[in-house]
Design a binder for this molecule. Structure first.
Ligand code: GTP
Ligand code: MG
Length: 202
């Protein structure tokens, strides 16, 4: 899929104020600093469509972008980062879970995982929560430019084994790098194939 246009629509913390449209929607979620906003800029080939930062907690709102005037891409705040107690850190911000529970237009979420680290409880808990709420998701491994191919392969294998302890199958996944544009076509073509399958349904 070629991205011909990518425009910012609206930001808010209130799911009820998200665009009232029928366009299929894809959301990017994951821990703070994992690279959600950078990935969105890479996918859309726009340097600063989504705001990025080296400091965790940059994205604080639900941000809607309209792509090719026919689907929505959503940049969400990260979970697992809060200048609060350890217990509060473990909980996902309420409006994020509300977004997933209520947003009917959502077709698929991309759960971003930093490929450099071993499986983290907060990510596993988040995917567990998505499963319990029957929200479809794919895994997007980020920052692949930081590892050699062998280490990437190895870390994915570790992740798969961890996931298979509680899931029947490994979800669909893509390996990406925002700095090297790795995984761009694969991810966009995946979204395109889902959009096409939605359109041919009665
Ligand atoms: P929050 O909005 O705070 O939740 O963070 P985010 O997940 O949107 O992360 P963001 O895109 O702002 O990136 C966080 C940091 O990681 C920035 O310093 C980025 O430059 C860096 N980063 C993101 N993606 C990549 C990548 O693919 N490779 C490398 N090397 N750095 C990356
Ligand atoms: Mg962000």
């Amino acid at each position: 899929m070629q991205i011909k246009s990518a425009e910012f629509v609206i930001s808010n913390q209130d799911v009820a104020k998200c665009p009232n449209s029928k366009l299929p929607e894809y959301a990017f979620i994951g821990r703070s600093n994992v690279g959600k906003s950078s990935l969105i800029n890479m996918l859309t080939s726009r340097k600063s469509l989504a705001k990025t930062s080296g400091t965790p907690g940059k994205t604080q709102l639900i941000n809607h972008f309209v792509i090719n005037k026919n689907w929505h891409l959503v940049d969400l705040p990260g979970y697992g980062y809060a200048r609060v107690s350890k217990k509060a850190k473990k909980t996902f911000q309420k409006f994020i879970t509300t977004y997933f529970e209520q947003r009917k237009q959502l077709v698929l979420a991309f759960v971003l995982i930093d490929i450099r680290h071993e499986p983290q409880p907060i990510d596993l808990e988040f995917m567990q929560w998505m499963g319990e709420h029957e929200i479809p998701f794919s895994i997007v491994f980020t920052k692949a430019d930081k590892l050699k191919p062998k280490a990437i392969e190895n870390n994915i294998e570790i992740y798969k084994n961890k996931i298979l302890e509680s899931w029947e199958d490994m979800p669909h996944y893509v390996v990406t790098s925002a700095t090297k544009a790795i995984g761009k076509d694969e991810l966009l073509n995946y979204i395109d194939s889902i959009n096409k399958s939605l359109r041919i349904q009665p």
